[in-house]
Write a protein that binds this ligand. Structure first.
Ligand SMILES: Cc1cc2nc3c(=O)[nH]c(=O)nc-3n(C[C@H](O)[C@H](O)[C@H](O)COP(=O)(O)O)c2cc1C
Length: 391
């Protein structure tokens, strides 16, 4: 399997499966954890486990009726890169053990391991990796893989904050229920974590929760739209032409399971506008160039223009549903029916919010390092005196 490392200078390498617990013929146990190695972390930063844990707690399920009942405590351990409370400049390694992996759940997955779950990844993983892919809880294709992205994102956010850059995300729309327009960045930030759906418009959030509970009752699921904002990004991030900022952000966000579309600024809405309506008009704010509108989402020519970066991602309805579905058994090549599955999320938009924020923060930090140089971003003071030999 290729593709488990993301980034050029701030590089994140992830591993781990949904349950990942097996025994070999000698009874030796394997797996049972997810991990991430973050390379490019500056030296000398104070970093505690609690800071990473706070972000992980925003993603984990089992905390509300609109989430999956799967109990995952997602407690992280930092196993490298920190010495006496500060980062050393070495890769920071973070480990999260899988709990809630009792045999009963594993047996349930074993019973349907050859049956394609519509909308999920069983067929494509089998087509590519044969029967060797881990089938338990979707293995590497499980949303569970995203918890280590959130851990790495917590680090990236902390490093970006030293340059005043802030990333926030929230649910903008759930199954057609929209939050109101015109909320300010500060209002959104203050309210977005106040409810189970992570929608900052508290009235719309109530209707969203209600909708999620209704569809859950029907055994079904819904999707929605998560919006991400990055404030105080200076003009200059992005490497034309293949590593444009919007291109790499799209790569980062589309790598999140269940994300099927991404748009910047007015996005697909631009198809309905004229040039005179779509252009962002520049003006002088003292000696600083600003733009009166932000139809482009803060990126022109693949480079940040100094306005807030605005990007939205579509999160599809959770594919696991509690309704019988026609399917195919991949071992026998016979038609079959996949029975209702009970442990599932009625919606995953709220849980996708911290994942989207994490991928956006990782991408922006990587670009900041590519543009300014790793040393400039790491801000390490080199105190030892040095003179050229012979001087
Ligand atoms: C935070 C998070 C949690 C998820 N939880 C579930 C889940 O409980 N059930 C499910 O069917 N899919 C879940 N997914 C989505 C699947 O992992 C995803 O649909 C699957 O890997 C197929 O990939 P695709 O939808 O990107 O094509 C989750 C995704 C995220 C981001």
């Amino acid at each position: 399997m290729l593709g488990n490392t993301f980034g050029r200078l701030f590089r994140v390498t992830a591993c781990g499966e949904s349950y990942g617990c097996t025994q070999d013929a000698n009874g030796e146990r394997y797996g049972g954890a997810l991990a991430v190695i973050c390379d490019g972390v500056p030296a000398g930063m104070e970093l505690s486990r609690d800071e990473i844990q706070a972000e992980l707690d925003r993603r984990r399920p089992g905390t509300s009726p609109v989430d999956s009942p799967r109990l995952e405590t997602d407690q992280c351990e930092i196993f490298s890169g920190i010495f006496e409370g500060k980062t050393t400049g070495a890769p920071v390694g973070i480990l999260i053990r899988n709990v809630d992996t009792e045999d009963i759940h594993i047996q349930q997955y074993r019973a349907v391991k050859d049956v394609i779950r519509p909308g999920h990844a069983e067929y494509t993983y089998r087509a590519k990796y044969d029967e060797y892919a881990d089938w338990c809880g979707a293995g590497r294709a499980s949303g569970r893989e995203t918890c280590v992205r959130v851990a790495a994102g917590a680090l990236a956010k902390k490093i970006l904050a030293r340059d005043g850059i802030e990333v926030i995300g929230y649910v903008k729309e759930l199954h057609g229920i929209k939050m109101r327009d015109g909320m300010s960045f500060d209002e959104i930030r203050a309210n977005r974590d106040k409810n189970d759906i992570r929608c900052p418009d508290l009235e719309a959030a109530e209707r969203m929760v209600q909708r999620a509970l209704e569809v859950k009752e029907q055994g079904d699921t819904v999707g929605g739209i998560v919006e991400l904002l990055a404030r105080n990004v200076p003009p200059g991030l992005g490497e034309p032409v293949f590593d444009k900022l919007d291109a790499t952000l799209a790569h980062a966000l589309l790598s999140i399971p269940a994300v099927k579309g991404v748009e910047f600024g007015d996005g697909f809405g631009l198809a309905l506008k004229k040039g005179s309506e779509a252009n962002d008009i520049p003006y002088l704010d003292g000696d600083v160039i600003r733009f009166r509108t932000n139809h482009s989402g803060g990126i022109d020519g693949g480079i940040s223009n100094g306005e807030t970066i605005v990007v939205r991602m579509v999160v599809k309805p959770t594919s696991t549903i509690s309704i019988d579905q026609d399917s195919v058994n991949m071992a026998t090549l016979e038609p079959t029916v996949l029975s209702a599955i009970t442990r599932r999320d009625a919606q995953i938009c709220g849980r996708a919010v911290p994942v989207g924020e994490a991928m956006m923060a990782i991408t922006l930090l990587d670009h900041l390092m590519m543009w300014k140089g790793y040393d400039a971003v790491s801000k390490v003071q080199h105190k030892l005196p040095w003179r050229p030999a012979g001087s």
